[in-house]
Design a protein. Structure first.
Length: 159
């Protein structure tokens, strides 16, 4: 289960290797936009960048209404907002630095894996305040006894 709506999950998650595992529990064909969010094989890195991470986390001052009816800036605090839709993802101290998802969840993982990146799933939660990318082996594993299974993904999350 998820706190996110079915509409959100169908628009803001990408699911790969469906040829090997089937569709996600939240998949609804009627809620898919122009591009489906399920892929028979690995999810292309460019699709994750374009469809999920094509915006920046920006710092914005925080204001409160003062008793005289004006606005007063809150010292030492900042809001982190999405550049594409203005959604406030959280209020943080001035020292907080957002972690760009493309840099940390795609580029860093890609460098660690020598560019053999097979993305099994990726998504945004909490309006984009939380993101994940899971990395998987492209093929199922067969034990010496002949049991075929899909190893669990390695997942990176950022908040």
């Amino acid at each position: 289960m998820s706190r996110e709506s079915l509409e959100w999950l169908n628009a803001n998650t990408l699911i790969g290797f469906t040829e090997k595992r089937g569709t996600a529990w939240h998949y609804r064909a009627s809620m898919q936009a122009e591009e489906p969010n399920h892929y028979p094989g690995p999810i292309p890195v460019d699709d994750v960048k374009r469809r999920l991470f094509g915006w920046e986390a920006l710092s914005s001052p925080v204001y409160v209404e003062d008793p005289r009816g004006g606005l007063a800036q809150v010292p030492g605090r900042q809001a982190i907002v999405r550049s594409d839709n203005g959604h406030v993802m959280g209020i943080f101290s001035d020292g907080y630095e957002p972690h760009p998802y493309v840099e940390w969840l795609i580029n860093t993982v890609s460098r660690l894996l020598d560019a053999d990146l097979s993305i099994g799933s990726a998504g945004l939660l909490k309006g984009g305040a939380v993101a994940w990318v899971s990395v998987e082996v492209p093929e199922n594993v067969v034990t010496p006894e002949g049991v075929e299974f899909r190893p669990p993904p390695v997942r990176g999350d950022l908040l």
